[in-house]
Design a binder for this molecule. Structure first.
Ligand code: 5RP
Length: 267
């Protein structure tokens, strides 16, 4: 055992090799969105289910809005500083340090890099620099592989997504967060030596669509989710979370998941 292994186990469960991470870092760029306007309430309600392995959160919200019922893992956002009101969301910079994240109580840190964007070089160099810091402290780095508006159409292209996942790992990320591609997601996973987890992106039309996306990703070899909107913007966030947990950690099928969701909504 070492610090890296012990911290990774706070994020990715040793018994299933998978993880259910809820992302609540959106406000740093998008402001108070539906579902996380009162972030303290959202976190308290979802954490009370006992189904969240870890949270992806900024240092500000961790300090003022993080009151979980249990003792879940924490991945601290260490890049940001760009908003929807500014000229370019991909122009992120480093916003925290590994020592600050550790002092606050984080188990891992996260930074974005925007593949194919005008700020690809800067954000990848920042990611690589943070990886160097992380290695000094044995802290895992979550590489958040973004695209930027210019590449929005490539979100479903497995070759482009595979490129981003591999590039993130090459620059020192220990876990990759990227987008699910309906085709050839197994190839995205095969080309990346570190665990790949999926983001959800904007809200799917239905909860069933969300469940199908997660199931498809797991079948392709994803090790779980780092997901936000599709969980906390669902009409039934806690019920959906419980079902997503069973998809990830109990290996249930989509059909079983859909039935379980109906049951949980009625409870
Ligand atoms: C926001 C992020 C989110 O963490 C990420 O996109 C996951 O959330 P969602 O499932 O809502 O896409 O990077 O800045």
């Amino acid at each position: 055992m070492n610090g890296m292994e012990s911290r990774l186990r706070r994020i990715i469960r040793k018994d299933t090799g998978r993880s259910l991470v809820i992302a609540v870092d959106h406000g740093m760029a998008l402001g108070p969105m539906t579902g996380i306007v009162d972030l303290k309430k959202t976190i308290t309600e979802l954490d009370a289910t006992g189904k969240v392995d870890a949270w992806l959160i900024t240092k500000g919200m961790y300090t003022y809005a993080f009151e979980p019922a249990g003792n879940p893992g924490v991945i601290m956002r260490a890049s940001g500083a760009a908003t929807i009101a500014g000229p370019d969301l991909t122009n992120e910079g480093i916003t925290s340090s590994v020592s600050e994240a550790l002092t606050l109580g984080a188990d891992a840190v996260a930074a974005s890099a925007f593949i194919g964007s005008a700020f690809e070089q800067k954000t990848l160099a920042d990611m690589a620099g943070l990886a160097t810091e992380c290695r000094k402290w044995n802290v895992p780095l979550l590489g958040v592989m973004g695209l930027g508006k210019i590449n929005e159409d490539k979100k479903k292209d497995p070759r482009f997504i595979a490129l981003g996942a591999r590039v993130g790992a090459e620059h020192g990320a220990d876990i990759i967060k990227t987008y699910y591609t309906e085709t050839d997601f197994d190839k995205v996973v095969a080309g990346c030596p570190v665990p790949v987890m999926i983001a959800g992106g904007p809200k799917c039309e239905t909860d069933l669509d969300t469940l199908q996306m997660i199931y498809g990703a797991l079948q392709g070899g994803a090790r779980g989710i780092v997901m936000g909107r599709n969980v906390w913007q669902s009409p039934h966030p806690a019920a959906l979370l419980t079902v997503v947990y069973s998809l990830i950690h109990d290996n249930i099928t989509v059909k079983e998941a859909a039935q379980l969701l109906e049951q949980k909504i009625k409870e």
